[in-house]
Design a protein around this ligand. Structure first.
Ligand code: ADP
Length: 399
């Protein structure tokens, strides 16, 4: 019998899933149940290069999970559900409790629940997803893989904000970071690309619609750009990133809006979208910039400068760098942004990339730096689900 693991990312109205064979880390299928709670929910599954799609009512996550399991058998993707040995769940917020992934038991579940105020949409939905899998497959082990765990090695002077210390003591207000599973994967893959470097210092740039950077010293995170929530750090598709906190006060006053409304605007209507007025998607902004749209050009420049500033900061923090990694939607697929970012750092850091190669690399592993470059620059497609598989196998002893 084959041994399989399901990697799950449950949202408030969706369940994304990937089924892996443990032995060779092969993806057997991937899919999504979307628009859960609606009569026209969408079920999609990709396997052997084929896509199956159905529109049907899916009342809740439990029905969504039953549907996934039913389809696996119906399409003979598994011989029996018994082949599935464990389920790994992406959990956005692990707070101060989790430095590593954890087996989902009562204690883990209670802690994820207690962290709901820090990630209201995400953690609540992850628990609904987990409970639905537990109900459908009660004998199986489940593992929680936290986006924050990799960043728990930061020092106090990095994770604390200079606000009254009691706010940290009373409310756990501090930097947690995000995309940790991705940064960990990227740092590990970067280390493999330069196996001769004994203690690799890596700056990982996960830049997609949400963006964050991480400074990784010999596999250990020392700093990351996102903060209490994913709103902090570099400018993003629709999020501000770091700004002077008095902007919140002044913008509310001048616009006659309350803090909640402005918080939504900082999350959903700012960043590349807010500056360009065109879109949050770099592809649309690139098209507009090519036609001479000034605000689109400005949005590109602002984004690149903010990413470059963090690279400079992390170069100092790490006492130098052996590799800069670009990843996620923009980092993997948008050569123009990689070029704009490298242009900002090349003089100070002695970085040089092969621009022709850069212009051709989309969605695949590549080393862009020339032999003359003082820091290597690479593109590494991220794979958070693979990390979920690996941690599920490790923590449930599934080998
Ligand atoms: P998420 O945070 O939703 O995981 P991604 O990492 O998938 O985001 O990034 C999506 C963003 O990447 C898009 O909004 C767009 O700005 C950018 N992007 C640029 N080129 C591409 C491309 N060819 N395919 C997908 N996304 C792209």
């Amino acid at each position: 019998m084959r041994k399989l693991v399901m990697a799950v990312n449950a949202g408030s109205s969706s369940i994304k899933f990937k089924l892996y064979e443990i032995k060779n880390e092969r993806v057997i299928l991937s899919g999504i149940v979307d628009r859960i709670g609606h009569n026209d929910a969408i079920f999609k599954m990709n396997f052997n290069g084929e896509e199956r799609k159905a529109i049907l009512p899916v009342k809740n996550h439990e029905i969504g999970v039953d549907l996934i399991l039913e389809k696996l058998v119906e399409f003979k993707i598994v011989e029996s559900i018994e082949e599935i040995q464990g389920v790994g769940h992406r959990i956005v917020q692990g707070g101060k409790y989790f430095q590593d992934s954890a087996v989902l038991n009562k204690d883990t579940e209670d802690k994820i629940e207690a962290l709901i105020p820090l990630a209201p949409l995400h953690n609540a939905a992850h628990l609904v997803g987990f409970r639905a899998f537990k109900k459908a497959l009660p004998k199986l082990g489940n593992v929680a893989v936290f986006d924050t765990a990799f960043h728990q090695t930061m020092e106090e002077q990095d994770f604390l904000y200079p606000i009254p210390y009691e706010y940290y003591q009373k409310h756990d207000i501090r930097r947690y970071g995000a995309h940790g599973t991705s940064h960990k994967y990227l740092a590990e893959e970067a280390a493999k690309l330069m196996s001769e470097v004994k203690h690799p210092r890596v700056i990982t740039c996960h830049i997609g619609s949400g963006s964050s950077l991480c400074a990784v010293n010999d596999g250990v995170c020392v700093a990351t750009s996102m903060g209490l929530t994913p709103l902090g750090g570099v400018m993003m598709g629709t999020r501000t990133g770091d700004i002077d906190p008095s902007v919140m006060f002044f913008a509310c006053q001048e616009e006659g809006k309350d803090v909640k409304e402005m918080y939504q605007i900082f999350n959903k209507k700012s960043g590349l979208l807010g500056i360009s007025g065109v879109s949050n998607d770099t592809r649309d902004i690139e098209d507009a910039a090519l036609k001479g749209n000034k605000r689109a050009i400005l949005a590109q420049k602002m984004f690149a400068r903010r990413v470059a500033d963090f690279i400079g900061q992390y170069f100092v923090r790490l006492g130098g760098a052996d590799m800069i990694v670009f990843s996620a939607g923009i980092g993997e697929n948008a050569p123009i942004y990689r070029k704009l970012i490298v242009d900002q750092i090349k003089e100070a850091l002695g970085v040089e990339i092969d621009e022709e190669l850069n212009s051709k690399v989309r969605g695949k592993l590549a080393v862009l730096s020339t032999p003359k470059s003082k820091i290597r620059v690479s593109v590494i497609p991220t794979d958070e689900e693979l990390m979920i598989l690996r941690d599920t196998v490790r923590l449930l002893n599934l080998k």
